[in-house]
Design a binder for this molecule. Structure first.
Ligand code: ADP
Length: 487
């Protein structure tokens, strides 16, 4: 089975969010299941430089007024994943963020930049002579890849089956209708039964409308985006396409997030032998300057600090939890100034019980995950979420809000829930009172060390590997091929 992945970012070449992690890890898991996956992405300078075994495989000519472009084949260093990079200096030879200019605003020609990504993907699907390889499945990710199936529909003729994955429905790629001509799309496609969306050209709408199947990154998020509260205007279309919409949970990279081999930890541990967990807690308390008291419940946050992540709830209930309930807190993150200031003020006031690092630190993230007792993640929306799965693997009991992937991976300690979900504390209502109540429940359980350790070890044994996700995607691909493809 030949699959063309189309993504605007891929870890470790370029990353702004979870999409890069998925685009870097899922193709490898699929390849292990005997799938021939190639990944198409823009030739950003960092990507062109980092790819190994580079060679020019096609002259792409000059389309969409983008200037001359070539297709370069290469490999992802380390993993050997086959890459196809669009070398078009006029569009991609820019420093920094793939989407934003130095002024923090979207690049003004983003429609063209990601239009060319989609256009090239469609050409690879429609014309085998381009590189001598043609996919059976076109798998596009997020709005940047959304126009690819629209081009295939406009051109007609045989085409592969198409799948479009929504990683976060809030990002839609909506542009003024005037871009339609430069994108070389027929005027006829600009209608409600096409890529028109409230008077704009929407790349996300195109991906959802023209693809054979739509997936998103958790079963609960797949249901939630069919409602107005989380559908961001797409709920009608997604409800109409409900039978083609699938929620497949992302995996985590267990080569990187594994307490049995994590190079950042002082002491390794694993489900059958969790002894090392307590040593990591002591080491973390020492590192962060917190009193080294094993009996104190050590809570943690590792997160972007914003409203979506429910950080206001944490700030709101921390003083009581630190002062009256004798908890400790370790925070790592950065984000909105309001939240950074809020956490910093608390840390200044409660320095004896609270340690805070504003910024990004991979090593500290691992050590906090290993040393904390409880991980707080009261997100208001969370398409999938990764950190709650890391917490489960590291025997750190999660306290989460029942939304998106959090609802699929964490079951309330006292309730029944999905298979292969961990035990934690689930809040049903996003309020500081509910979060506080959940921590009090955790505190009560924390007194029973045997039960606490049993739950932590059970969580650590769960399998959130990419292998699981990849086998769901293979089922979906196989189903599409059985149905006879999209021709
Ligand atoms: P989102 O993609 O919405 O930010 P996820 O839970 O899916 O949330 O993924 C967040 C990722 O970023 C995780 O790998 C987490 O460990 C990491 N992360 C977030 N903030 C920091 C930070 N300040 N330092 C180190 N890693 C961080």
């Amino acid at each position: 089975m030949r699959v063309l992945f189309v993504s605007s970012e891929v870890f470790p070449l370029i990353k702004t969010g979870g999409l890069a992690d998925v685009a870097g890890a899922l193709p490898l898991a699929l390849a292990r299941l005997k799938t021939d996956v190639r990944l198409l992405m823009p030739g950003y300078p960092a990507a062109l430089e980092a790819a190994t075994h580079r060679k020019v495989v096609a002259d792409l000519g000059n389309h969409l007024g983008a200037g001359p472009a070539r297709l370069i084949e290469g490999r992802l260093a380390g993993s050997n994943l086959p890459l196809l990079l669009i070398d078009c200096p006029q569009l991609y030879a820019r420093a920094g963020n793939p989407y934003l200019g130095p002024d923090g605003k979207d690049w003004p020609d983003n429609a063209k930049r990601f239009g060319l990504l989609s256009y090239t993907a469609a050409r690879l699907c429609a014309d085998k002579s381009l590189i001598g390889w043609q996919p059976d499945i076109l798998h596009g990710h997020d709005w940047q890849a959304g126009l690819a199936p629209a081009y295939l529909a406009a051109w007609g003729g045989p085409r592969p089956s198409t799948i479009f994955t929504i990683h976060n429905i809030a990002y839609q790629g909506n542009f003024d209708p005037s871009v339609l001509t430069e994108l070389e799309l027929p005027a006829l496609s600009f209608q409600p039964d096409g890529l028109e969306y409230y008077g704009n050209v929407s790349f996300l709408k195109a991906g959802c409308w023209y693809s054979d199947k739509i997936t998103t990154v958790s079963p609960t998020y797949a249901r939630q985006i069919q409602n107005s509260a989380q559908g961001c205007g797409f709920e009608g279309l997604l409800t109409a396409r409900a039978k083609d919409l699938h929620g497949i949970l992302n995996g985590i990279d267990d080569a990187i997030w594994n307490p049995a081999s994590d190079p950042y930890l002082t002491q390794h541990f694993q489900p059958g032998d969790m002894q090392g967990k307590a040593k990591n807690k002591a080491a973390l308390q020492r590192e962060l300057g917190l009193p080294m008291q094993p009996g104190r419940l050590l809570m943690a946050v590792i997160s972007r600090l914003n409203d979506h992540k429910g950080m206001d709830l944490v700030i709101n209930c921390l003083p009581d939890l630190l002062m009256n309930q004798h908890c400790q807190f370790a925070g790592l993150g950065s984000g909105d100034a309001l939240f950074e200031t809020g956490f910093t003020e608390l840390a200044d006031r409660h320095s004896h019980h609270m340690a805070l690092h504003i910024g990004y630190s991979e090593p500290l993230a691992h050590r906090i995950m290993a040393g904390a007792d409880v991980f707080l993640m009261p997100s208001r929306m969370e398409p999938c979420g990764l950190t709650q799965m890391y917490a489960l693997k590291y025997g750190t009991i999660p306290i989460v809000n029942a939304t998106g992937g959090l609802a699929d991976t964490v079951v309330d300690f006292e309730l029944e829930g999905p298979l292969n979900a961990g035990r934690g504390f689930v809040i049903e209502e996003t309020s500081p009172q509910e979060l506080r109540r959940a921590v009090l429940r955790a505190l009560a359980l924390f007194k029973d060390k045997v039960e606490w350790n049993r739950i932590a070890a059970g969580n650590a044994a769960l399998d959130f590997s990419w292998k699981q996700s990849a086998s769901h995607y293979i089922d979906l691909y196989s189903g599409l091929l059985r149905e006879g493809g999209g021709a």
